[in-house]
Design a binder for this molecule. Sequence first.
Ligand SMILES: Nc1nc2c(c(=O)[nH]1)N[C@H]1C(S)=C(S)[C@@H](COP(=O)(O)OP(=O)(O)OC[C@H]3O[C@@H](n4cnc5c(=O)[nH]c(N)nc54)[C@H](O)[C@@H]3O)O[C@H]1N2
Ligand SMILES: Nc1nc2c(c(=O)[nH]1)N[C@H]1C(S)=C(S)[C@@H](COP(=O)(O)OP(=O)(O)OC[C@H]3O[C@@H](n4cnc5c(=O)[nH]c(N)nc54)[C@H](O)[C@@H]3O)O[C@H]1N2
Ligand code: SF4
Ligand SMILES: [Mo]
Length: 689
Amino acid sequence: MKVVKTACGLCHLGCGMNIHVDGDRAVKVEGMAEHPLNRGMLCPKGLASIDYVYHPDRLKTPLRKVGERWVEVSWKEALDLIASRLVEAKKLHGARSIAGIIGMPILLGGHSTVSLVRRFFDVLGSPNVFSPESLCYRNQIIAYILTLGKFCVAEPENSNCIVLWGSNPHHSRPPWARRIEEGLSRGAKLIVIDPRRTLFAKKASLHLKPRPGSDSALALGMLNVIIQEGLFDREFVEKWTVGFNKLAEHVKTYTLDLVEELTWVPAAEIREAARLFATVKPACIVQGVNALDQTAGGFYTARSIAILQAITGNIDVPGGFIRTSRVHLSPIRLPEKLEGKPLGADQYPLFYECWGRLFGEGQALLLADAILEGNPYPIKAVVASASNPVLTWPNSRKVKRALEAVDFLAVMDIFMTETAELADLVLPASTFLERMELCDYYGTVNGIPYVMLRKEAVKPLWDSWPDWKFYLKLAERMGFKEYFPWSDIADYIDYVLKPSGLTLKLLLEEKPEGVPYGKANYGEYLKTGFKTPTGKIEIYSETLEKMGYSPLPIHLEPSESPRNSPELAKQYPLILVTGSRTLWFLHSQLRNLDKLRSREPEPTVELNPATAKKFQVSDGQWVVVETLRGSIKAKAKITEDIIPEVVNIPHGWRESNVNILTNDKPETHVVGYPALKSYLCRIHTSNTQ
Ligand SMILES: Nc1nc2c(c(=O)[nH]1)N[C@H]1C(S)=C(S)[C@@H](COP(=O)(O)OP(=O)(O)OC[C@H]3O[C@@H](n4cnc5c(=O)[nH]c(N)nc54)[C@H](O)[C@@H]3O)O[C@H]1N2
Ligand SMILES: Nc1nc2c(c(=O)[nH]1)N[C@H]1C(S)=C(S)[C@@H](COP(=O)(O)OP(=O)(O)OC[C@H]3O[C@@H](n4cnc5c(=O)[nH]c(N)nc54)[C@H](O)[C@@H]3O)O[C@H]1N2
Ligand code: SF4
Ligand SMILES: [Mo]
């Protein structure tokens, strides 16, 4: 019996876990006490890891579709087939006609896998790699960088006033719930901004309940109060920011009367929240990972959130908004080999690149049109890894039509998903317990400067391969060996680690629990200023202005909203929030594990008792929820914990795919995200059982 110290891979946080291995079988999982993020705790998902890895329904061999049937093939045959189809597509339509899709489990699974995949597409010459960053997280990264010159993360455990804005960490980030609790136990004030009464809302000093999609107005209202009442840090603002006076003029137009009308939050509550946040030091804002971004004004909301913390003097201070050092790794990307820029680089240039910093992805919402209409040029082949876009991307029916229409689709996954079912070739992936990976993301995701190795706790089961192996072998098969000289992942990680001063041996043998790396950069600006063109915090952004965007944060209405489309709102009177997380599942994953499924056996729609009464719905009844795009059924969950005008449906259910209801129209200014949190919908009970 041995104990392998590794990082959980069942969400992007990477909690430390101990895997007890008997012979070649993992038999027990427990939290790793030494890990600074979870300190021994694991959520129910992590605790279900063993059932996940040994699930009988896992894909066991590569499968090729022949007519309507799946036929088992060897990895060699699979690689030959993919290589020949990619070479053909490149010859006939150019490298850019081949798209790569990287899903969440790989994107934030650890540096080594995602960087190998990206390098593969660089060498192939295709800029068209897509990931959930087209609807998640990248928005706030870009907004913070444009404002502060860097990406910062809140530090709630050391804060005296925590604003939890559009996030429910008890379900989506359990280790963060602990960090916030730590702040609260020291007496910190808590402000929750959420149309739902979450666990933290029940404990909060103040709970603001905005209309979904109106946060860009709420933030401007708070800025208005803070500036009008002189509650900002005058010395810091004068010395370290540009454009404050323009902002001061601008926010006068966002009177509290107007903001109340826009957000449905009483003016007195907005004033109280602004005063509390600005006067208690240090203070920080914990912004949800996607909830505020996926709406028209989401980019400006993130800018305002950075500015709120800046003008109150909370940047780079303990308990405020800070940057942590990142591990220095060997550069892997080869952008000079790309044939052009990806889909969306013209419409959303900052999503692709900012001040020479290459984010380097296409906007995935444009992929379906490229496939279906050849607009702006055709995409003919798609290789998707760890992604289930038929369930997780907006406008599922269109996504499905598009993936059915490509000449060649290969999908690498753990299970036969709705997306894999459409493929010409399905590849069996190994789980996080069967592969090695460098987890260097604790600083960016959690503000904890730490690095550890995910280990191969058990050998890859059946004929599954880790994603890195597939890409390394495919590169070899395609004749790219000179760019992929590494024999395996250990060899690769050793290379990647060179500039860091760390080694594979250290992380594998001497420090299997991981090592602290760098530090929280308190007071950083005093030494380096801010890495923007002006060297200061850019409240007014000339970069945005030159590109035709608003240089100051503004409020934008969702395209579907009672204000923007009142006629539509008469037919579809409710606002639909999609994708609020529940602890037991990860997007489209884990519903096949009994332990987790028993916690939430069916897809639900949350509605307020007043709404239920109005539409004559009883608790537990199946109801039809309908938008302009289509309808699905979900089981009514009647609760006071949601405001009456809003209904909430989680995403990721095969049986009730909420993305049938959503729209793939890019909506968020600057980054082109969809508006997943604010559609108009209606509910009824006819024809339901
Ligand atoms: N268990 C579990 N954890 C996960 C995931 C998962 O699938 N399952 N996914 C991971 C990923 S990739 C991501 S991106 C994160 C997402 O993490 P977050 O974006 O932090 O999402 P949630 O924690 O669900 O919290 C969203 C909250 O915002 C509220 N909300 C919705 N719309 C609005 C709005 O317009 N304004 C305001 N103020 N609030 C609003 C909802 O009511 C909900 O309580 O979660 C991560 N963690
Ligand atoms: N309506 C609505 N839709 C949403 C959201 C929302 O809030 N509302 N949230 C969006 C967000 S923020 C995100 S990040 C996306 C996430 O969406 P996706 O990126 O699609 O993420 P998952 O559904 O978690 O995982 C996709 C697949 O990866 C497989 N997988 C797991 N581990 C591995 C592995 O190691 N290798 C391989 N090859 N496969 C693996 C799983 O079995 C699963 O089928 O969903 C988005 N979709
Ligand atoms: S929060 Fe849960 S799923 Fe996420 S890394 Fe930690 S234990 Fe794993
Ligand atoms: Mo996400």
